[in-house]
Design a protein around this ligand. Structure first.
Ligand code: BT5
Length: 324
């Protein structure tokens, strides 16, 4: 169904200037004219404006500005990432759907996107504010051939993907606050949540959740995060096409993942450190037990944060917060 619709969109896109008759579409797609008509109705529901002129045929007048499986997959320049893609108007959390699909055997690179999340999740049972149509609320299922201890590398990899997409597309200067926050001008624009199902020595699957604030005005954030949250629109002064941004993220993710498989974690580490927030600076760090000042040095291959304490000793941290 989806691939016939994709072919139909291609035919219509390639004939934008002219009409293409129902009979011709039916011949080219090898489906009945009634089936062509049904697909057209579906495209209209997806937000395509289609003109149907008697005796002439069909033509696309305008593309949708809303996100759907079709719009996401049309023009998606990837080999495997997002080839299985599920779009929902509203979900509790795309992470939950990711786990369900992964348990049912969904392949590596399956993507879940929602317009709105009612119970968006952050780490440690925190919540993630995900209002309708304002950002990217997406989960990706990966089946890496890795040991569970290497899973944090995938979070760090994802952070470099988002930083690079923001830098290139948004012409902004993003920074990655260890371990998983993307900041622009010291405010959080994006967060990553990595969850996995693993055996002792092997990852079965990872569901990597990406939340990115895109088109919010600052005043739309709830009071408790307004001072520390921002959106791409806030940083650049204009609204963004969410579909295109998702496509860019998926393409960059696929490429970076392939680099990681070929060359290991080193290139990812270098990119991460290039974007690292306050690297070589003294910051305040807090854990459950204490709060202290230290200099951020970089990251380790196992995802740990390297710090240098005021007495010159080096330390690896696996769980801590860097204060704002
Ligand atoms: C994260 O957690 O930053 C991970 C966020 C992952 C969200 C995605 S959306 C798609 C997928 N489905 C889900 O259900 N989740 C993933 P953490 O580092 O724990 O940060 C959470 C904290 O960020 C909250 O406690 C708030 O202080 C703040 N926060 C909540 N919503 C925010 C938003 N939209 N923008 C900026 N900060 C926010």
């Amino acid at each position: 169904m989806a691939s016939t619709r994709m072919k139909l969109i291609n035919l219509l896109e390639n004939n934008r200037a002219e009409y293409i008759s129902g009979q011709e579409l039916s011949n080219q797609l090898d489906i009945s004219r009634t089936a062509v008509w049904k697909h057209m109705k579906q495209l209209e529901l997806d937000g395509y404006q289609i003109e149907a002129a008697p005796r002439k045929g069909y033509r696309i007048i305008s593309n949708p500005d809303k996100v759907s499986q079709n719009t996401l997959q049309w023009g998606l320049e990837t080999k495997w990432m997002g080839k299985h893609l599920h779009h929902y108007d509203q979900v509790n959390s795309t992470q939950d759907i990711g786990h369900e699909l992964a348990k049912e055997g969904a392949p590596h690179g399956t993507v879940i996107v929602a317009d709105e999340q009612l119970k968006g999740k952050g780490r440690k049972a925190r919540s993630w504010h995900s209002k309708k149509g304002e950002g990217i609320w997406m989960s990706i299922i990966l089946r890496p051939d890795l040991a569970p201890v290497q899973a944090p590398q995938i979070t760090l990899l994802a952070a470099t993907v988002l930083a690079q997409v923001l830098a290139v597309e948004g012409d902004v200067e993003p920074q990655i606050k260890w371990p998983n926050d993307l900041l622009i001008d010291h405010k959080k624009v994006s967060g990553i949540l990595t969850e996995m199902q693993a055996e002792q020595d092997h990852i079965q699957y990872i569901v990597i959740g990406i939340g990115m604030n895109v088109n919010q005005d600052g005043s739309k954030f709830p009071d408790d995060i307004r001072y520390k949250a921002s959106s791409l629109k806030e940083s650049t002064g204009h609204a963004w096409d969410i579909t295109k941004l998702i496509q860019k993220i998926l393409k960059k993710f696929e490429h970076t993942y392939e680099v990681f498989l070929k060359e290991g974690f080193k290139p990812i580490k270098l990119t991460w450190e290039h974007y690292g927030y306050r690297i070589d600076e003294t910051v305040t760090i807090s854990t459950m037990k204490k709060k202290w000042k230290a200099t951020l040095v970089g990251i380790e291959a196992d995802g740990a944060l390297q710090i240098r304490n005021e007495d010159g000793s080096h330390e690896k941290l696996y769980s801590a917060e860097i204060e704002w």
